[in-house]
Design a protein around this ligand. Structure first.
Ligand code: OOG
Ligand code: MG
Length: 261
């Protein structure tokens, strides 16, 4: 007798959690299970989220992904996706990023938001602004649990959208949100500029990505809480990192710089 769909999804979640712990990449599920759907994938993500909470982690916030053309082209998946962030994923500014706990890490520049208050029922960007504490630069650390960092849409959603870590900058653009889309970003590795961009790459304005997240959470009967962090999505393609690299992201009046060990 083949396992019920619920059992199968639980097994997928366990396989992903094991790959995460053992740092042993696994084949994509869509190549073995052509009927693995996007809805199934969010169920798997939810099972992993509940198991992380059960293991003592707390939800630090959420992330949007594939919200820029650069990112969509990079991974050949052309639809925005969302995932969750745990408190354990946050790396304090200036601390080294370690590779030992990861399979094939990559980093990308993003705009992060920290909520001042919970938010529900937002229809426009202007409905969100009063609820924000911080809008500024961040680096997301990605690590796919799939072999060769290769996946299709349901695979990457099940794998919590490759979430592995994040670093928040300190420069707050809250009082210049009109300029936010046009504040230039550079991403450097070992002193060489590898990617440049502007937050406008993210759906025209990263706050549109935040609005989409708020609306998505509402459909799932969830909401953003005060103090939670949102990563709005990579502005440029991500870059791979290895031990001994130095990573630096600049934006106006802001540098996020750290060594990789
Ligand atoms: C998928 C996660 C996408 C973003 O910001 O677009 C993402 C990946 O690239 O592995 O985090
Ligand atoms: Mg990202």
């Amino acid at each position: 007798m083949s396992p019920s769909p619920e059992v199968k999804l639980k097994e997928i979640a366990e396989a992903l959690q094991r790959a995460r712990l053992d740092k042993n990449p696994i084949p994509q599920f869509t190549s073995q299970m052509p009927d693995f759907s996007l809805e199934d994938a969010y169920t798997v993500q939810n099972i992993c989220r509940e198991s992380d909470i059960g293991a003592g982690l707390s939800i630090a916030g959420y992330k949007m992904g594939l919200t820029s053309k650069a990112k969509q082209r990079d991974v050949k998946v052309f639809e925005p996706i969302s995932g969750y962030l745990t408190d354990k994923m946050e790396l304090p500014l200036g601390q080294p990023m370690e590779t030992a706990s990861r399979i094939h890490p990559r980093v990308e520049p993003e705009i992060a938001v920290v909520m001042k208050t919970a938010v529900t029922g937002a229809h426009r960007i202007t409905d969100l602004i009063g609820a924000l504490e911080f809008v500024g630069p961040a680096i997301e650390i990605l690590d796919s649990r799939y072999r060769d960092f290769a996946f299709r849409l349901p695979d990457v959603v099940a794998d919590n959208t490759s979430a592995s870590g994040f670093i928040l900058g300190t420069t707050n653009y809250l009082n210049r949100l009109d300029d936010l889309p046009f504040l230039g970003v550079t991403l450097m590795k070992n002193g060489e500029v590898l990617e440049t961009g502007a937050p406008a790459a993210v759906l025209g304005n990263p706050l549109i990505s935040l609005l989409q997240l708020v609306q998505t959470l509402e459909k799932r009967n969830q909401r953003l809480e005060a103090g939670q962090v949102v990563l709005t999505g990579g502005i440029t393609a991500s870059i791979s990192v290895k031990a001994a690299d130095w990573i630096e992201m600049t934006m106006p009046s802001s540098v996020i710089r750290f060594p990789v060990i």
